[in-house]
Design a protein around this ligand. Structure first.
Ligand SMILES: Nc1ncnc2c1ncn2[C@@H]1O[C@H](COP(=O)(O)OP(=O)(O)OP(=O)(O)O)[C@@H](O)[C@H]1O
Ligand SMILES: [Mg+2]
Length: 464
């Protein structure tokens, strides 16, 4: 089909170009108009339905070809860079997710958060940044949201204005639109398959010191049951992922997650993921169902991405019955808080267990709590590694092995402090030796010069 140029629009843009000088904004606007016009023409020219049947690379090539021709015919003085930019943006618009496409392609970006059509944030290496990515308007954003959800066989409209779904690449998308969202559609994409930092990287970023990493490695090898606690985005899943690299290759691991985030680089791993209820509210498979199923799969260890509910009881049972070395994470503000939350979860699940018996169960199930925090300087730190040593009366006793001893804040906002051993040799050190991963006693000696200020004066138990 011949391309019939839109002469009127061309004239208008051409005139605009002739009025010198043109400001940058104006030129941007003109480019925008050209793009819009080309988009319309392209969509008319290309048979989109037919394109969908074709292989992606062929489609891209076809679009490029048509665009090159259109741009060559275009009478406006576009430079090569502008032509390339328009071509790329149009390709993204037609084939991909429009303005979001470059973000989606960048696998250093972990979260893409669209608050409004002109306000898009990304998270990269754990820090949130505002981008200059913009949609034309709310309608444009809505179009892209429709594209995302219809691709995965869902729909979103006024009658069902919320969608939470998984993309084929493992990312999780959530879209919520008016009337529930007050200022236009909101889209959140959490990309779990993004490259996660390695132990070397988090050591370099000041998350912990090598001695702590060694103790964690020994704890994993010695099959201790480990709970990683911390606030939102404090790096729990990342640390769990790192700890799982210490698993022996021959061990059979079953992972249970709400959204598959773990990237275990080893063989003999069975990955399970929960399923939300369908539109009629049926067919839900919970973490508890999966943990129970996992126990029938002859696992050596069970790894639960994050405990949140009734599955906690099944986990304790697993930990007490030969599935040592299980690991999980929990959302909590301190190690004490983590223990309290475990209790609450069991109670909410409807078990009628006397408090003391329940605490006893918890203390005999868990061995180590590693607590993480994201501090105000943006650094994630392992603020404590504690051992659960049993019960003292009605209370579970927690013994800190390492703590982050925080002194204050520098002028530039950097948190001042150091990681220190508390001077306590953990009971699990013997077990580590038996498992062939002895920990040198020197690791547990506090630094001679570094006075342990707060942590010694107020052990974690008292700090809450
Ligand atoms: N030690 C670290 N240093 C720097 N960045 C980190 C560190 N650990 C994690 N991150 C980054 O922080 C972000 C959140 O990490 P992660 O998903 O592990 O946190 P989380 O505590 O599991 O969060 P959630 O509460 O959502 O489950 C990711 O972008 C990750 O790459
Ligand atoms: Mg997590």
């Amino acid at each position: 089909m011949a391309w019939l140029p839109d002469r009127k629009a061309e004239r208008k843009t051409s005139e605009a170009f002739q009025q010198r000088p043109i400001s940058r904004e104006e030129r941007e606007k003109i480019l925008h108009d050209i793009k819009r016009r080309l988009h319309r023409t392209l969509v008319e020219r290309l048979d989109l339905a037919q394109l969908e049947q074709m292989e992606e690379t062929l489609v891209a090539a076809e679009i490029r070809r048509a665009l090159t021709q259109l741009l060559a015919d275009d009478p406006f003085p576009l430079n090569a860079e502008e032509r390339a930019r328009i071509a790329e943006e149009l390709e993204f618009e037609i084939l991909g997710l429009g303005p979001l496409e470059p973000l989606v392609r960048d696998n250093t970006i972990s979260d893409i958060l669209v608050n409004r059509y002109d306000e898009v944030y990304i998270e990269r290496f754990g820090m949130l940044h505002l981008t200059d990515v913009r949609f034309r308007d709310n309608a444009h954003l809505m179009k892209i949201i429709h594209k995302i959800v219809s691709n995965i066989g869902r729909r979103i409209d006024e009658s069902s204005p919320m969608v939470d779904a998984r993309l084929p690449d493992g990312s999780r998308v959530n879209a919520i639109i008016p009337p529930l969202a007050l200022d236009g559609p909101i889209l959140s994409i959490r990309r779990f398959m993004v490259m996660r930092p390695t132990i070397e990287e988090i050591l370099a970023r000041g998350t912990l010191i090598p001695e702590m990493a060694e103790v964690m490695r020994a704890a994993v090898k010695a099959k201790l049951n480990i709970l990683i606690s911390g606030g939102t985005g404090s790096g729990k899943t990342t640390l769990l992922n790192i700890l799982s690299t210490y698993l022996d290759p021959e061990e059979r691991i079953v992972t249970v997650e709400d959204s598959a985030e773990l990237q275990l680089q080893k063989r003999n791993v069975c990955r399970l993921e929960t399923r939300p209820p369908n539109i009629e509210g049926k067919g839900e498979i919970t973490q508890r169902d999966l943990v129970r199923n996992a126990l029938r799969m002859r696992p050596d260890r069970i790894i639960v991405g994050e405990v949140r509910g009734p599955e906690v009881m099944d986990m304790f049972q697993a930990m007490n019955t030969g599935h040592e070395g299980s690991m999980t994470t929990i959302h909590a503000n301190s190690p004490r808080d983590a223990l309290l939350r475990l209790e609450t979860m069991v109670n909410l699940a409807g078990y009628q267990i006397p408090q003391k018996a329940l605490r006893h169960l918890i203390s005999s199930s868990l061995d180590v709590i590693i607590h993480l925090a994201r501090h105000s300087d943006g650094v994630r730190r392992v603020v404590s590694i504690s051992e659960i040593t049993g019960m003292e009366g009605e209370v579970i006793s927690l013994q800190d092995i390492f703590v982050f001893d925080r002194h204050g804040v520098a002028d530039d906002g950097k948190i001042l402090g150091q990681f220190v051993a508390t001077g306590v040799r953990p009971r699990f050190a013997d077990r580590c030796a038996i498992y062939g991963v002895p920990i040198p006693d020197s690791y547990f000696t506090p630094p001679a010069s570094g006075r342990l200020r707060r942590s010694r004066a107020f052990p974690l138990e008292a700090r809450r």
